[in-house]
Design a binder for this molecule. Sequence first.
Ligand code: PLP
Length: 368
Amino acid sequence: MKVPFVDLGAQYQSIKTEIDQAIARVITETAFIGGKYVEQFEREFAELYGVKHCIPVANGTDSLYILMKMLGIGPGDEVITVANSWISSSETISQTGAKPVFVDIDPDYYSINEALIEAAVSDKTKAIIPVHLQGQVCNMEAIMEVAARYDVPVIEDCAQSHFSEFRGARAGTIGKAASFSFYPGKNLGAYGDAGCILTNDDELALKCRMYARHGALKKHQHQMEGINSRLDGLQAAVLSAKLPHILHWTAQRIENAAKYDSRLSAIKEIVIPKVRPETRHTYHLYVIRTERRDELAAYLKEKGIETAVHYPVALPNMEAYQYLGHHRDDFPVASSYQHTILSLPMYPELTGEQIGYVCDMISAFFRQ
Ligand SMILES: *Cc1c(COP(=O)(O)O)cnc(C)c1O
């Protein structure tokens, strides 16, 4: 049996007619940039989230950058984020001219350790970017509390947490603003690059919209210089075609995780994901931990099972951040987990049979 890490083809086959029709409409109407399909998606996504503004942008990296720029973050400032994430979370801080300040991860939940944030705050801190990694929501109560005390905005990086919840509130609706990615492999994925910003702040929304469109809300009326970061019509149409299914797909991910849990919890050599109380984990990734990570990954590969590591090098340990002069022991949890975490195949269309096979092979590995 073959178990791919993700299977975007399976999802396409399940809604082929809707997708094909949506794409054909955009092409027939040549609604390639801007236009009604982009407007439709931004309206639908904002409504689904119950948030006032959705600003569609080119990808989930631009959305972070645009938000920070429009919050006035720049040279001399510091922004706090987490030591284990995709590099977008920190490189966009540098792009504004500010300095990324890393905080270690929580040993149980893999996201930013909220207890360590206060020690990272300085008089230069201009924002906190918690990343709801793997689909698991950070402790937003504690984070909002520290942010309020120091009067800094919180930008939620929701690239991996579409429809995750913290105490009944959706991730992305709790901070000042949120950044989403619709990269094809994300829980809600386009057929190319795509992203958006969500916020209830009217002024911030207007600025972000303007900045992403060369500083102009109306053609040729540039109120400032901006950048070109647009969601295109084809991507918007694909996303709109997927929206009616997204809550069901999210539920399927959670069911698949429960199946993994029930089979894997008995294997004492591995640690299965622990869900933060009063939250909804949406399993962008299903991450286990084992001291024999590389051996296990190689064994599974031999058995036709694809796995991945998110991420093999914690951000402060990367060559790109050597200039910050960090030592691995500054982030002991992230630095040690980069050698033990393993992401198992996870997507809505994963079958019970496939999950059973993955679990069988993991058990076999530890019994040999
Ligand atoms: C994917 C991802 C991004 C970037 O999104 P792109 O659309 O690929 O630019 C940002 N942050 C995190 C945590 C991500 O996983």
